[in-house]
Ligand binder design. Sequence first.
Ligand code: CDP
Ligand code: MG
Length: 751
Amino acid sequence: DQKKRFAVAEQRYSERKSGRGVTEQEAWEDHQAQKARVSFGAKDKQKVVDGYEFVFDDLTGLVEESCEAETAKHRGCSSKTVAEKAREEREFLPIHGYRDELLKLIAKNQVLVIVGETGSGKTTQIPQYLQEAGYTKRGKIGCTQPRRVAAMSVASRVAQEVGVKLGHEVGYSIRFEDCTSDKTVIKYMTDGMLLRELLTEPKLDSYSVIIIDEAHERTLSTDILFALVKDVAKVRPDLRLIISSATLEAKKFSEYFDSARIYLIPGRRYPVEKLYRRWPDADYLETVIRTVFQIHQTEPTGDVLVFLTGQEEIERAETNLKGRMMDLGTKSSEIIICPIYSNLPTELQAKVFEPAPKGSRKVVLATNIAETSLTIEGIRYVIDPGYCKINSYNPRTGMESLLVSPISKASAEQRAGRSGRTGPGKCFRLYDVKNLEPTTIPEIQRANLASVVLTLKSLGIHDVLNFDFMDPPPETALLKAFELLYALGALDGKGEITKVGERMVEFPVDPMLSKMIVGSEKYKCSKEIITIAAMLSVGNSVFYRPKNQQLLADNARMNFYVDTENVGDHIALLRVYNSWKETNYSTQWCYENFIQSKSMKRARDIRDQLLGLLNKIGIELTSNPNDFDAIKKAILAGFFPHSAKLQKNGSYRRVKEPQTVYVHPNSGLFGASPSKWLVYHELVLTTKEYMRHATEMKPEWLIEIAPHYYKLKDIEDSRPKKSQRSSERASTSKVDTNKKTRTSKKVDTNK
Ligand code: CDP
Ligand code: MG
């Protein structure tokens, strides 16, 4: 049976090469055949070398003989400018041969699902085809991306191909950064940004085509967009909708969009040898580094792509690699290390796409972004430790965390495939695929939904529980979102959006942060609060701590925590910003104080935008720089659910949840004499549950600010007089244990 299917696949493939179109049914048979072919070829070709076990996946049915020649041809034209080359390369992409057919189908079908292997040219070419066919005369072409770096880098590539300046005809829009103009007709944006645009343009009138790209990633925003654009398409027959995906979920997409037509773009793929690590090192980064050198020393030319979980790990790998290169006497011109992750400064992003000079090998250290969003030419070797960071949410505790988790089988296949795009490849796997789940759970089923629910409410969607989700989220998560929004005053008792909620929606930040901003009006410190909000939004990259100057850096940082009365990371961030501003935004000052000037500039941009939004909703800019109580109360107005109380052993306990939490080692409060009550920005789970960005507060403020949330008993045993503290230790502990049982009982009744 498998042999028969294999034969069918072969025949289909040769038909495909002659450029014949594909019907929906055929596309599906094709997927099946393709799968059959993979399992047919993969049988019993195994050997063990250098601690790796080889498995040979015979994908030769997909090899296009002419491809190598074509690649060689376009590599040869070296006298051309980058833009000229980029334009020429368009013709070598797999999608090129399907251009006309694709355009015909788009003209005929309002909704089209396009499936094509990564790197076939979907993201960069389809918008250009549409522009060439005149679609931009009626409106913009919008193309969503789940990742900001992808939106930026693809836009810049397309601008190059079209031959225009980025931000003119071709631009991008990501949170806090709009690189478009009146001229822009091809607009790449994050899915979150299109969601926000719907708030002001519910029928997306300025667009003629919307492309929901990388649909297989199933991010929270993409999932919500599916339902919203489906509705828009119904009231706008002229709008064209394209759902583009790199994997075989097409059928599900098609069904969701009322049996929309599926079109398959065959990619080029060479066979990929898979090698499995039999005896992994205790630290997989060590295995990664050894494998890089193993490849470098024993394998023919070709670049290496390593999948890591995030910026921190990438930086660690880079340092280790460089160290090892020194030890081994490897010339720095031999191995060129290119990191790529979402917070990488724009000017460094381009480097990853530049071909390595002759005689050198590029080693790309990437996050998941290189799995399907970005295609880097010249990769022949993939090293895949098998992990990625996955956002998960516990609706019970309301805790969100980014956890390093094993990837899915589908991801493993995608990653391996990255090595076989321009020639036969090799994928070094440090794990056993048998243990992997088939696919990743869509984000909507493991995310905090507060922001989404508020957006939907603001769009006038009242019955969120019965919203047209492709895969519905757990009901508990929806209810938790409602609870939080109600507590924040964004929704009323009937679940309808309030004035406060309407104001909160204006800010492109999470509900607690937007409530903090809106709440600052009452405490007359909006100026300080938007600074704090901006600083919190740049993430944890404000302070710089170089390896050989950690002590100096720590001392510099503690200067912002001088005032013992008002200890806190929020206040410190405010001081950093204001001090920087006083020096007229000096880079030198940043340097001297171990502050990252790039982060500061970004904070300033974000702050400017928040300022504009304050203006828009009519909140006056008020300042009370020395009234720290007011500032802290405004913080609490948004973050009152994030309160924690010191325990005897030095750890903290959340006031409303039976959960032990700790001061984050990166906090200025770490190791300082502990404050009894803290409000924190977020919890991060690493070895323990850590509070990131915490500030001291007074428990009575909880009752003053959130009387509907906190009762006196929550803070009762909190105010023993200072002199009594030590003598009362014994009895306090009794109170504490009492409290523990009380809290856990409460959880039981909740169940
Ligand atoms: O979307 P899809 O995965 O089908 O392909 P694409 O992203 O449109 O990529 C098509 C080609 O453009 C690939 O050969 C990429 O290497 C190239 N590209 C690039 O050189 N620089 C970028 N920033 C993006 C794509
Ligand atoms: Mg793409």
